[in-house]
Design a protein around this ligand. Structure first.
Ligand SMILES: CC(=O)N[C@H]1[C@@H](OP(=O)(O)OP(=O)(O)OC[C@H]2O[C@@H](n3ccc(=O)[nH]c3=O)[C@H](O)[C@@H]2O)O[C@H](CO)[C@@H](O)[C@@H]1O[C@H](C)C(=O)N[C@@H](C)C(=O)N[C@H](CCC(=O)O)C(=O)O
Ligand SMILES: Nc1ncnc2c1ncn2[C@@H]1O[C@H](COP(=O)(O)OP(=O)(O)OP(=O)(O)O)[C@@H](O)[C@H]1O
Ligand SMILES: N[C@H](CCC[C@H](N)C(=O)O)C(=O)O
Ligand SMILES: [Mg+2]
Length: 492
């Protein structure tokens, strides 16, 4: 494709060289440049892509997209200057791949918690309705049955367009994707045409990246601000910021709620370890998912399905049979009936929701014994540090015993993270906590403290099958460790 076609409807500040240059690929990483590539120089959080323009040219780049033209222009190469190269890259990628997002129904889900849950439920529901579907999520990307490992919650915009193209080639008509706040700020969704957007909720997270809570809200709202008039914008009005999301959207405004009047209104009739019984717009349904937060997830999925033109009864019938996504309230039960729950709760709000759900579901047995709740939890390194003491405090307030341990320490000292968590434990709770840096040992300790019917919550890593320590990803799976420890216990 010629450079000028890539820049269709993109505002340019200056150009140098031929706009008829043939382009065979786009990349924002100089290490991936080959002959015929358009290299996009993006200013990042660690370094500035503009520093790699010369390297890209040496590697055969045919054209450069940047915010500042370099001093030494190579006459063989075309240069295009724009105001915001990350944003322009989205528009250019959409042109290069011939607008795949316009040829299918692309629905984005944003919010602090529930994105993977909602996107995965929608994916499963629409496959159940008979469509071929795509999924872009934290757990994995998927093209119908084919699983493609995910590196991010929301991939970069070039990868998104490539995946959408593959999805189209495989006959997909619907794609459900998570839209992280990072992706909005970094323009990873620029140039995509959405058929709908869903807001789940917003609570404390990622303040390391966004700086303030207001910036974080603005980032989420940025997604709705860029929806077209043809899309729907479906928001949770029970969240304090739910309506803020709709303030400046051109899309059709829709709401869901468990508490007030809304386009999609739910009411919980019963909530147990076996599932949820709910009224959904006055129809009574049993679901296999557990906990009030899942009532919200189900309601948003139902709303989106109706807004996409599906039949209410068919949707509810299929939804009632759907099981939770991996690592979301996933149960591993020992032979002697210790209940292990692996959950991806890695924010204060998610942890509190899960623990409140667990506390609400425990029941005393005939002898009057109320099962204990034992929580194993850590916080990731190189991520928001402010949530660490808060999560430790929540774990203590809602559990009988707490084992503080490592999550993914990444490049931080694991004990330093744990000390920040310990700072949140109030003096009365110190007695019930223990700190064990090694996550494997921590889970073993929890199992050794548990008896029949006690509940062990292993929070933070959910579906993850690795633990990242100092740049190395070691095999690690909370579910496998629980299973293995349970079976060792059975053999004693
Ligand atoms: C903090 C953050 O979001 N970083 C993302 C960002 O990287 P960055 O800004 O640090 O990039 P950089 O290293 O400064 O480099 C700047 C530019 O120079 C280029 N470069 C760099 C070196 C070189 O030799 N040549 C070269 O061309 C880079 O390709 C890049 O284009 O842009 C990269 C390319 O898209 C992302 O891979 C990277 O994600 C990192 C790995 C990451 O961990 N991101 C997390 C925080 C994230 O995005 N999480 C959200 C989910 C959060 C949630 O809601 O839970 C997600 O959507 O996954
Ligand atoms: N609607 C919800 N409201 C609050 N908490 C939720 C909700 N849905 C799920 N959770 C809790 O949050 C955890 C993470 O859920 P999920 O993976 O769906 O969120 P996410 O938004 O995709 O997270 P990430 O930012 O890592 O992509 C779950 O394991 C559960 O504990
Ligand atoms: N998408 C989130 C996942 C956090 C998961 C938790 N296990 C951790 O490593 O902090 C992030 O990248 O911040
Ligand atoms: Mg997710």
């Amino acid at each position: 494709m010629q450079l000028k076609d890539l820049f269709y409807k993109v505002s340019l500040l200056a150009t140098s060289g031929s706009m008829e240059t043939e382009i065979t690929g786009i990349t924002m990483d100089s290490r991936k440049v080959g002959p015929g590539s358009l290299f996009v120089a993006v200013r990042g959080t660690v370094t500035d892509g503009h520093n790699f323009i010369a390297t890209a040219v040496r590697q055969g780049a045919a054209a450069i997209l940047c915010e500042e033209l370099p001093e030494d222009i190579n006459p063989q190469v075309a240069y295009v200057k724009v105001l915001d190269s990350a944003r322009s890259m989205g528009l250019v990628a959409a042109n290069f791949y011939d607008q795949p997002s316009r040829k299918l129904k692309l629905v984005g889900v944003t919010g602090t918690n529930g994105k993977t849950s909602v996107a995965t439920l929608l994916f499963r529901l629409f496959r159940g309705l008979g469509y071929r579907c795509g999924l872009l999520s934290t757990v994995q990307n998927q093209i119908d049955d084919q699983i493609i490992p995910a590196t991010h919650t929301t991939p970069d915009v070039i990868t998104i367009n490539q995946l959408l193209t593959q999805m189209l080639a495989n006959g997909c008509t619907h794609v459900f994707m998570e839209v992280s706040s990072h992706s909005v700020v970094q323009e990873r969704i620029a140039g995509l045409t959405f058929a709908g957007g869903i807001f789940t909720n917003i609570t404390h997270d990622h303040l390391d990246f966004h700086g303030t809570f207001d910036n974080y809200i603005r980032a989420k709202k940025g997604f709705f601000d860029q929806l077209p008039t043809t899309a729907f914008a479906l928001t949770n009005v029970d969240d304090k910021r739910g309506l803020v999301m709709l303030q400046n959207t051109a899309a059709q405004k829709e709401t869901y709620s468990l508490q007030t009047l809304a386009s999609f209104k739910g009411k919980i009739l019963a909530d147990s370890l076996f599932g949820l019984n709910m009224l959904v717009n006055d129809k009574e349904v049993w679901f296999k998912l557990i906990g009030r937060f899942n009532a919200y997830n189900l309601l948003s999925v139902y709303g989106a399905a109706i807004l996409l033109g599906e039949d209410a009864d068919e949707v509810l019938t299929l939804l009632s049979g759907i099981t939770p996504p991996p690592g979301r309230f996933e149960q591993v039960i020992s032979d002697d009936k210790i209940v292990g729950i692996v959950d991806y709760a890695h924010t204060p709000d998610a942890l509190q929701n899960v623990l409140e759900t667990i506390n609400g579901l425990r029941q005393a047995n005939e002898q009057g014994y109320l099962p204990q709740v034992i929580t194993v939890v850590g916080c990731g390194g190189n991520r928001d540090a402010a949530k660490r003491p808060v999560m430790a405090d929540i774990a203590c307030r809602f559990s009988n015993r707490v084992i503080l341990t490592s999550d993914n320490p990444r490049n931080e000292d694991p004990m330093a993270i744990l000390e920040q968590m310990q700072a949140g434990v109030s003096p009365v709770d110190v007695k019930k906590t223990v700190t064990i840096e090694d996550r494997h040992e921590a889970i073993r300790r929890a199992v050794s403290l548990a008896g029949p019917h006690d509940i062990i919550l292993v929070a933070g890593k959910g579906h993850e099958t690795y633990q990242e320590i100092k740049g190395v990803k070691y095999d690690f799976d909370d579910r496998a460790v629980l299973r293995e420890t349970f079976s060792e216990r059975g053999n004693q």
